[in-house]
Design a protein around this ligand. Sequence first.
Ligand code: ATP
Length: 148
Amino acid sequence: MEQTFIMIKPDGVQRGLVGEIISRFEKKGFSLKALKFVNVDRPFAEKHYADLSAKPFFNGLVEYIVSGPVVAMVWEGKGVVATGRKLIGATNPLASEPGTIRGDFAIDIGRNVIHGSDAVDSATKEIALWFPEGVVHWQSSLHSWIYE
Ligand SMILES: Nc1ncnc2c1ncn2[C@@H]1O[C@H](COP(=O)(O)OP(=O)(O)OP(=O)(O)O)[C@@H](O)[C@H]1O
């Protein structure tokens, strides 16, 4: 089944939003497949955001991601990439709908609390980058209560 890479950024960790964010993905019915709490170094952050290296905000973005620990996760479920992005909300939190994570908990684009893969292809790449050891293979006993 489809998987996505989700990262709670340093501001989300500092602001005590880890439990709230995990809870939203769990309550939706998505399934946690991997999780780690890590400090990333600059080369790793630059690799994760390599597609944005030409952007004027790139250095600030890398500084932000290395500024404290992050929670890296893999979530699985039908349509989890696109629906995960909906749970997260628009990149600029002032444009994110209330009820989304960014809409409820953030204001500035450079402090938008969470990252989620933007496509199935990028999810595959990001999961390989963050979890080279692989993910946990299990199936929730709630599966048949969530999927028809
Ligand atoms: N104009 C900007 N100024 C400052 N930071 C920005 C700006 N645009 C994007 N960012 C930061 O770079 C991240 C990646 O930008 P991108 O355009 O890929 O948005 P996104 O896909 O919604 O975010 P993410 O990849 O973190 O889920 C944003 O989440 C935000 O933290």
